[in-house]
Each structure stands twice: as structure tokens, then as C-alpha cells.
Design a protein around this ligand. Structure first.
Ligand code: ZN
Length: 508
């Protein structure tokens, strides 16, 4: 045996030891180290443990405007109660009946340019743990699926639910459906309703606000689409392969609170990194598609620094047929095609930044968007103001802030002319607001003022510390009023309950 061989043996032995210890080390790294030390990939792996797991297979037929789906959900009872029933929301059924529309009267023409077009989800079969299951479809517009369990599901126990269903996409320029340029499969599949301290949350798809409330879950979604279509979705593309006349797209997403996808056969794409995230703009209007990318990258880089790092590998910004303006989904935002017109660049920036901020306040830190809409919308609107200050300076920040709150009664009489509703309470369920205008003035405008006043009182350093703590403690979960007050109180050593209550409730 020569010296060289001895050395080689030693190297081999060391490599073997390292290889053997690596999984142990990684496990230790993932489980025991504090959040702030962990890489986003580990954070996601850790956050994804113990969450519901969705596997969905979709046949997308753009000619027939249908999605034919098979869905398997590993549902875990994460509550302290034993459950005899499980509930899922069937959001597409909110688009089913013309006499129960999801839009205000004056929006119907914009939403349905060719007249009303029904969208729906029809459940064909449900199998639970391998056996045919009993179920009931009910609710305001048949938007709730109730599954009757054979025995009760105890805390910590898991059950496997399989469903076959068919979705019809409406010709509709609201969130769900399709337009002239693309298809919008958003809020499109049976999603588990949230069971929290109030019990099951079975709200309907209200006209005002974003009527969604969900828990983070893991997803694997396989979509069979005709060749020539491009799909932008939540999560990462794991595989894309040809199969005859079709393309098979496989997506995977960890610890996201919804899965959305948009498809079109005219999309061009352009990508750029922001932190660890690859941001991609999907567009069919050339110059503005690049602008949208710039706004998303700039705001994402700033929010990473200001609030805490975005842990997901992908973020997609998609030009859409969506007359309302902008809408947020996990790892995906849709922006109306009108914003991409050359004279709308300022609005494109404002809306892109707002929807990007929702990736933190809605996507990562979730909340009940029906009962606590102020929490994500007020904070998102104010985060948008902060971006302008960071990128363009104090004067621009003040201008944008005044524009946002200037829409409110605080600077003009617009508020009173729209409605007799002069209750200034912003912390109330979305269905108690009399119109989108009032909702916007209070939840977005006065909501932003609440955070502005908080920042003025405690100063920038503590304000941002408070936001980072709120983010750190509540990401991947659902937060409420007490969680945000606790974060600010903790960093300042002072109780902010009264500040919040004064802004949230009408004391006049
Ligand atoms: Zn918003």
C-alpha cells in the first residue's frame, strides 16, 4: 500500500462520513434552527409539513370552455374538535345564476359584454378513503359542498377525498372565466373551507371585496392543454412535455393558500430575478409587458428588504381580460389589459405594486378577507405608498398618499354623494358595505391612514420592526387584529389597541 492510496482511502472515508451525516445535518438545520437563519427552500419545506395536499388532474378544452378534473385531497384535521362533516367551497357556482350575480348592477355590462354567460362546477362523484361518499351541494348559489363522513375525523387524523368534477368557464371579464385574449382558472376547484375558532366558514361569494378565506396547502396540478397554449400558474413548472396534440404541464407549489392558473395562446414572456424569486411577465402588449416586469421586480426587491424575504421561487404578472383592474393569487397576479395601454403607465405601476404587496399581505400572511378586509387591503395600500417613497422620494410618496386618501371623504364630498352610508367603521364584514365606492374609501383609504398615523406616532424604525415581526410570526398562517396589534406592541413596549380601535370603529 503506498502513501497515495492511503490518502485516497482517507479521502474516501471522510466523504463517506460526510455523505452519511448530511441528511442528519440537513434535518437538524431544517427543524431546529430559528426561522431567520433558514434558506427559503428549507422554510417552504418546513412550512409545508402537516398541510392539506391537493393533487389535481385537469383536461383543459378551450373550444368547449371546460375543465374536466380529477382531484385528490389528503385532508388533515388540524383543529382541536372531532369533525363529522367536511366542507368545500365551489366558487365557480357563484357565476351560475343571472339573478344571483357576483357584480353590482352597474358593472354587469362590463363583466358580460355579450350578455350573461353562466359558469359552474358540477360534482360527479366523491370517494372518501376508497369508498363512495355521501355529499350535499347547497348554499346561496350551490357554492358549498358538504361531505358526510362515515365516522368522525379526530384531531390530527387524515382522510383522503377523491372527486370527479367538470367546470364550465363563462365568457366574463371578472375574475373567473375567459375573455378575448385569455382564460382565467382562478377560484376554480373545490377548496377546503376554513374551520377556525368560529367553526366552519361557509360565506358566499359576496359582490364587494375579495370573498376568499383559505388555509395554506400543498399542490400538485397536472394540466393537459392544447399545444400552442402558455400557462402561468401558482408554484413551479416541474415538467412540460408533448403528448400527441397536447402539452402536459405539471406544477408543484408548497405552502400556498390557493392555486390559480391563466392560459392563452398569444402570451410572450420576459423574466428577471428579484432576490431568490424569478419574476415573469406574461403579456401580449409589448412595451407595457416589460414595464409590468420592472414594477413587479422593483417592488418585490423593496418589500423583501422592508418586510422579510419572499420564500417562493416564482412570481408571475399576467396581462388579463379583467375589467376590475388587478387581482392577487399566490405567486400570480392578473392585471387588466387596459392598464397596458400607453397612456396608463402610472396606473399600471400603482396596480402592479399593490398586487405585488398582496403577496405579503394575503399570500404569506393570510387573513379572513370577508370579516377583516381592512387588514390585508389597508396594509397593502399603505405598502404601495411606502414603495413610492423608497423609489422616488418623499414628495412622490406624499402625492400618492394624498391621492389614495384624497378619494375619501377626508378631502372632498364624494363620500356623501355616493350613498347615505356615513358609518365610518372599517372593521366590518364586506357584505355590510353598501357599495364598492364606500368600501374602497374606507377599507383601502382609511385603512392606509391607520397605518400612516401609526408610523408617524412610533417612527420608521419601530414601524418597520413591527411589520417584520408581524410577517415573521404569521406567514403561512391566518392572522387577525390581535396579531398585528401584538407585533407593534411588542416592538414598542406600548399597547396600540386604542390606536387601532379609534381608526377601525366609528366613534363620531
Ligand atoms: Zn388589494
Amino acid at each position: 500500500m503506498n502513501v497515495l492510496l492511503k490518502k485516497r482511502k482517507k479521502i474516501l472515508l471522510i466523504s463517506l462520513i460526510i455523505t452519511a451525516l448530511l441528511p442528519v445535518g440537513l434535518y437538524f438545520f431544517e427543524v431546529f434552527l430559528p426561522d431567520s437563519w433558514c434558506l427559503p427552500a428549507f422554510e417552504l419545506a418546513r412550512a409545508s409539513r402537516g398541510l392539506n395536499q391537493y393533487e389535481i388532474q385537469v383536461e383543459f378544452n378551450p373550444d368547449a370552455k371546460t375543465l374536466t378534473c380529477h382531484q385528490k385531497v389528503e385532508y388533515i384535521n388540524r383543529s382541536q374538535d372531532s369533525l363529522s362533516h367536511l366542507y368545500f367551497h365551489l366558487h365557480p357556482n357563484a357565476y351560475r345564476y343571472e339573478n344571483k350575480p357576483v357584480f353590482e348592477k352597474n358593472e354587469m355590462e362590463q363583466a358580460y359584454p355579450d350578455g350573461f354567460s353562466p359558469g359552474l362546477l358540477e360534482v360527479d362523484e366523491v370517494v372518501i378513503d376508497g369508498e363512495q361518499a355521501e355529499y350535499v351541494v347547497g348554499g346561496f348559489s350551490e357554492n358549498i359542498l358538504m361531505l358526510i363522513l362515515k365516522g368522525s375525523l379526530e384531531p390530527g387524523d387524515k382522510t383522503v377525498i377523491e372527486m370527479d368534477y367538470r367546470v364550465i368557464l363563462p365568457y366574463c371579464l371578472g375574475r373567473f372565466g375567459y375573455g378575448k385574449n385569455m382564460y382565467k382558472a382562478v377560484n376554480w376547484y373545490p377548496i377546503a373551507s376554513v374551520y377556525d375558532e368560529r367553526g366552519w366558514n361557509l360565506d358566499r361569494y359576496y359582490t364587494i371585496g375579495d370573498p376568499f378565506y383559505s388555509d395554506a396547502a400543498n399542490y400538485r396540478v397536472r394540466i393537459q392543454a392544447p399545444a400552442g397554449y402558455t400557462i402561468a400558474a401558482t408554484g413551479e413548472i416541474k415538467e412540460k412535455r408533448e403528448e400527441g396534440q397536447h402539452l402536459i404541464w405539471e406544477f408543484s407549489a408548497q405552502a400556498v393558500r390557493d392555486f390559480a392558473w391563466l392560459a392563452g395562446n398569444r402570451f410572450q414572456t420576459i423574466s428577471k430575478k428579484a432576490g431568490r424569486t424569478t419574476v415573469t411577465s406574461y403579456y401580449f402588449t409589448e412595451d407595457a409587458g416589460k414595464k409590468a416586469l420592472e414594477y413587479a421586480v422593483e417592488s418585490m426587491a423593496y418589500f423583501n428588504e422592508a418586510f422579510g424575504e419572499y420564500p417562493y421561487p416564482r412570481f408571475n404578472v399576467v396581462e388579463s381580460d379583467f375589467f376590475i383592474g388587478g387581482m392577487e393569487y399566490p405567486n400570480l397576479i392578473m392585471l387588466d389589459h387596459d392598464l397596458y395601454k400607453s397612456n396608463n403607465s402610472d396606473y399600471l405601476e400603482l396596480v402592479t405594486v399593490h398586487e405585488t404587496a398582496h403577496q405579503w399581505w394575503y399570500g404569506l400572511v393570510g387573513s379572513n378577507q370577508i370579516t377583516d378586509a381592512w387588514l390585508d387591503e389597508g396594509l397593502t395600500e399603505y405598502s404601495t405608498v411606502l414603495y413610492y417613497g423608497h423609489r422616488y422620494g418623499q414628495e412622490k410618496e406624499e402625492e400618492v398618499y394624498q391621492n389614495i386618501i384624497g378619494k375619501g371623504k377626508y378631502n372632498n364630498l364624494q363620500f356623501f354623494t355616493y350613498s347615505n352610508d356615513i358609518d365610518e367603521t372599517i372593521h366590518r364584514p364586506t357584505y355590510e358595505f353598501s357599495s364598492w365606492v364606500i368600501y374602497d374609501l374606507l377599507v383601502y383609504g382609511k385603512g392606509a391612514m391607520l397605518f400612516h398615523s401609526l408610523r408617524e406616532k412610533m417612527g420608521d424604525q419601530l414601524f418597520f420592526q413591527g411589520l417584520r415581526l408581524y410577517f415573521q410570526e404569521n406567514r403561512f398562517g391566518n392572522a387577525g387584529k390581535t396579531d398585528i396589534i401584538r407585533a407593534f406592541s411588542q416592538v414598542t413596549g406600548q399597547d396600540w389597541q386604542q390606536h387601532f380601535d379609534q381608526w377601525l370603529y366609528d366613534y363620531e
